[in-house]
Write a protein that binds this ligand. Sequence first.
Ligand code: UDP
Ligand code: MN
Length: 354
Amino acid sequence: MGYLTPRRLLVFYFMALFMSLIYVIYSFASWCPNSFKEMNMRFPNDGDVNELQIRDKMIYEKNELLKLLQSRFQKVETNLRRLYPEVASEILEKDSNPNDLPYIYAITPTYTRPVQKAELIRLSQTFLHVRNFHWIVVEDSDRKTKLVENLLEHSGLEFTHLNVKTPDAWKLAPKDPNWLKPRGVLQRNLGLTWIRENLKKGANKGVLYFADDDNTYDLQIFEEMRGTKKVSVWPVGLVGKLRYESPIVVNGKVTGWHTYWMPERDFALDMAGFAINIELLFDKPLVQFEYEVKRGYQETTLLRGFVTKEELEPLADNCRKVLVWHTRTEKADLRNEEKLKKYGKPPSDLTIEV
Ligand code: UDP
Ligand code: MN
């Protein structure tokens, strides 16, 4: 019993106390789910608190936004499946991998006139709904105008702005019927040249479409044309003095053309009724529009250079759906501006852009 002196008991007591303290600290550290480094972040210095609160708020807000976008996407998906059951799956599948989605390069010739801004605004706000879309706008003018430049800058679209003037000899006079001379020839050709010089075969996958500034486009046509292998075709509404013009399709192949006017043409369709895979532009680098061709042969001249009728790919439910309309905007009647002046009243303010 002489071993258990009070001194030894005291030493033993302190040793036990020390060991239990070590045990408590150890079990607290392993109970904590984070490393010591992260623990430091949980117990920050005063100076860090503000920054942490800001970050917390940001994460919270991003999370809320994500939830909102998810629910919106869900709605879009539901609507898409309801409205376009035939193509919905294809679109949604592609949507998951936008890098694989071929681009649409739309070439739009345009010229200064009172309705121009209205046309371009309507067009640009349609195109905003189309993913992987590049708008090539070619002004029929010596210089790029501020109106078009500003409109494109603020459009939210990916675009290229070009210009080339139609020679006077090829310009329609105000009283000329519109079939007398082809319109947009040099402008579309400049668009073709831009694609050939700025894109690369293989690296840039996409299709080319000629989108005049006054037509009306259903968004579905863009998703359909995206898959064009060579040249795809479809009906165009309200053109050629008919309800619609259309390729005639038998067993999935184009056999002829529903048109009143020169159905013997190789490609008797409107500029708005076809799209071309841009690979063909590189394979046939010289094919373009020409002035010196028979009236009404612009489309035929171009397409002959790229494909045969047998190779055409009919879209829009085997050409049974109209998804593009050759609408034409009424010329603006501004005669009362002059009358106001005549009666000594101020005409409309020219510094207000219309
Ligand atoms: N266009 C043009 N310069 C002109 C006339 C027309 O650049 O002098 C453009 C016009 O903006 C449109 C395309 O060429 O994008 C076709 O012209 P339009 O719509 O007048 O032809 P149509 O409807 O008769 O085919
Ligand atoms: Mn037109």
